[in-house]
Design a protein around this ligand. Sequence first.
Ligand SMILES: NC(=O)c1ccc[n+]([C@@H]2O[C@H](COP(=O)([O-])OP(=O)(O)OC[C@H]3O[C@@H](n4cnc5c(N)ncnc54)[C@H](O)[C@@H]3O)[C@@H](O)[C@H]2O)c1
Ligand SMILES: *[C@@H]1O[C@H](CO)[C@@H](O)[C@H](O)[C@H]1NC(C)=O
Length: 439
Amino acid sequence: MKLSSSHMDNIPSTPGKFKMEKSPYVHRFRHYSSLAKLTFWSSVFLALIILFFFKSPSTSPPNSTPPDLSRRSLKTTFWGGPAWEKRVRSSARIRSQNGLSVLVTGAAGFVGTHVSAALKRRGDGVLGLDNFNNYYDPSLKRARQALLERSGIYIVEGDINDAALLNKLFEVVPFTHVMHLAAQAGVRYAMENPSSYVHSNIAGLVNVLEVCKNANPQPAIVWASSSSVYGLNTKVPFSEKDRTDQPASLYAATKKAGEEIAHTYNHIYGLSLTGLRFFTVYGPWGRPDMAYFFFTRDILKGKSIPVFEGSNHGTVARDFTYIDDIVKGCLGALDTAEKSTGSGGKKKGPAQLRVFNLGNTSPVPVTDLVSILEKLLKVKAKRKMMKLPRNGDVQFTHANISFAQREFGYKPTTDLQSGLKKFVRWYVSYYDSGKKNSH
Ligand SMILES: NC(=O)c1ccc[n+]([C@@H]2O[C@H](COP(=O)([O-])OP(=O)(O)OC[C@H]3O[C@@H](n4cnc5c(N)ncnc54)[C@H](O)[C@@H]3O)[C@@H](O)[C@H]2O)c1
Ligand SMILES: *[C@@H]1O[C@H](CO)[C@@H](O)[C@H](O)[C@H]1NC(C)=O
């Protein structure tokens, strides 16, 4: 058994580390009674215990002071040992001919859960990895985990920055593919907690690529970029060749950085890399920080919802893409990914490097989104019209998907009305039946 942690290093792990006799403090307090000594050391221990709980970022709410990056913990969880390895192997076992064996990072996330389930259904081996952070309600991540567990998918609890853990996973399973979806998502939250974006989207990505490059054989990697890389680009629809050098948020900047980092690892080490620029994904088991989700919650609660309009009353619109269409795109990208060419950290020849838009190609004004929800929920929304702040969100997104269509037949088939119907059905049954708190 191995304890994978780093924040433990900041705290004495055993009381034995305090050699009272040798401490300079003890000598100064020599003339004190032993009762005073006892009181003193008890309070030191109490303080350390309190410190331990408050230092752990996983127990602090997302809107509290972000933890110092250098002290950020890599989620303390036990891993290793024969029983654990058996569980890992069994989850990743391929059950169909020519099946893949895929490590899915961010498997307890919205997209990760759906992709993992789809891979498993068709007989691929799937192992999940997720740190279950509390950026949004972790109980939703636990519920997704339980769902995957029922189809035999194990999610290892750990951070993508934990190199020892990742190396171990590759030692146990020779993954053919990595579906890298773990990331700090959200545009607004980047102003509150910028270091979480650096930690997961930059440092974490580099760690995943480092481990993949050293693996033998190297896996092919498909990972989630974002439509947000188009930033202030005004040419529509957005094509992969358009400029992406004007990000409007730190989130977008870290995804753009990821695309450049991917280029480097492809160039130097021969890793096969495919980036997918998702356009506003929605559906059952979705993310509570996204508008369609909290609009639904707040409309049902009779709370007013902020509806943004662009400058000069311009429409704010999104190319909403239904989760099943995104899943098909992810599987298409995995299935057409060529093998990495390197081995043991050395490049043997040029490898595949791709970027695809995965959108729906039909932008819908956010006001229409609200009208559809009103009809489905049979409740009138209290709209609070507001100016779109210039702090991250762009006014309009629209994907040109002809490249993905050509390469792997990507063709979205769900319009916003039918997709939201499925989302609302899930939402109502999830939060009603279990009497779960939607906050
Ligand atoms: N949903 C969208 O509309 C959308 C749009 C564009 C891009 N994306 C990208 O797609 C991917 C999946 O998005 P999602 O909507 O499923 O988000 P999500 O937040 O539901 O899923 C991400 C998962 O990654 C995990 N995670 C985060 N940091 C981690 C770390 N350091 N180590 C281990 N696990 C970590 C989280 O716990 C979470 O379960 C992300 O990379 C996101 O940036 C999503
Ligand atoms: C969409 O992108 C393709 C390249 O993948 C390009 O040939 C085509 O002209 C673009 N379509 C539009 C409408 O911009």
